[in-house]
Write a protein that binds this ligand. Structure first.
Ligand code: HEC
Ligand code: HEC
Length: 271
């Protein structure tokens, strides 16, 4: 009680001080905090261009893992429920794109097998949307061909010429993505030409790509949700084995795709 009054007092003092002195958020080097464009012309586009949503998502999951280990240690059920729910939600976000892709791919193949090529074409477009949705969510601006000149032109409502697209993901990710682009092109042509054999071959490859990734992300989402359920009701003893499964999925994907850029979450050390 006494503590909360003290806190309230301190907060009141702070806001009064801000009223008088003007509390503008400052970054360490004294510039206005990022994400809040200044009034005119001097927006710090570099900050926008440095944003890598995929890496941000990975870092947040890494922190969730740290919080899961720590809060189990301190038996803080609320913190454990929060961290594991957040991890489940983030993993599900990745999974959802691959699920869209996988479902639509199966429907494409199914419709074509029944001779309904018009529907096959629609389902293939939905599959492509699964790819595109993920790109809009996770690509940095540079991958969309947006640089500071484009941003500047848009701010001044002028037309802008797109820059060349720049990709900086690890080579193995880029290779597998490039192979998928070619496979989608092949699938599109097979639908146009009503070539069932070629479509089936392309569908197989798309299915392998989506299936493998879906398995990773669904497994993380499932185990993290289970930890959240344990945090709300059960014995915290069950957390360790589920966390270890999550960690092994992160580690496996990092070993096979990131060329050392991945950062594995901390190991489980409690019994
Ligand atoms: C499907 C594959 C895959 C899975 C599963 C995966 N990652 Fe990653 N992770 C990557 C890739 C690819 C990169 C490198 C991204 C880049 O540099 O463009 C990466 C990078 C990272 C990074 C470094 C980010 C940075 O800013 O440099 C962290 C941290 C990370 N992952 C944490 C995790 C955690 C924690 C998990 C499990 C909960 C996980 N990842 C699961 C593929 C994966
Ligand atoms: C998990 C989300 C996700 C899904 C789903 C996804 N991609 Fe990607 N894709 C990425 C990321 C991340 C990159 C790398 C961006 C970067 O380099 O900064 C990428 C890059 C690419 C590239 C550029 C490769 C290069 O380096 O030139 C192509 C082409 C591509 N994806 C095609 C596809 C196709 C086709 C599909 C669907 C069959 C697909 N992607 C599904 C996330 C995804």
């Amino acid at each position: 009680m006494q503590r909360s009054i003290l806190l309230l007092g301190a907060f009141g003092m702070l806001s009064l001080f801000c009223l008088v002195a003007g509390c503008v958020k400052q970054s360490p080097n004294g510039e206005a905090a990022p994400g809040k464009p200044a009034a005119k012309g001097d927006t710090n586009w570099d900050v926008w261009l440095q944003d890598r949503p995929m890496n941000t998502a990975m870092r947040r999951m890494w922190v969730d893992c740290g919080n899961i280990v720590e809060s189990t240690n301190t038996q803080d059920r609320l913190a454990l429920a929060n961290a594991s729910s957040d991890l489940a939600r983030r993993a599900e976000q990745f999974a959802s794109h691959f699920r869209t892709l996988q479902d639509a791919n199966q429907r494409t193949n199914g419709a074509a097998a029944e001779g309904d090529w018009a529907s096959a074409g629609k389902h293939l477009a939905a599959a492509q949307q699964g790819c595109d949705n993920c790109h809009f969510e996770f690509w940095p601006l540079a991958a969309h061909g947006i640089d500071s000149e484009v941003l500047e032109a848009w701010q001044k409502t002028r037309d802008a010429k797109r820059a060349e697209q720049v990709f900086e993901a690890p080579a193995k990710v880029r290779l597998s993505m490039g192979a998928m682009r070619d496979t989608m092109t092949t699938a599109g042509r097979a639908v146009e030409e009503r070539d069932m054999e070629r479509l089936r071959d392309a569908s197989d490859r798309i299915g392998k790509f989506s299936g493998k990734n879906l398995k990773y992300w669904e497994s993380i989402a499932r185990e993290a949700s289970a930890i959240a359920a344990i945090a709300r009701t059960g014995q915290l003893l069950g957390v360790g084995s589920r966390y270890t499964t999550i960690r092994s999925v992160c580690t496996e994907c990092h070993e096979t795709t990131t060329e050392g850029r991945g950062l594995n979450p901390l190991p489980w050390t409690q019994d």
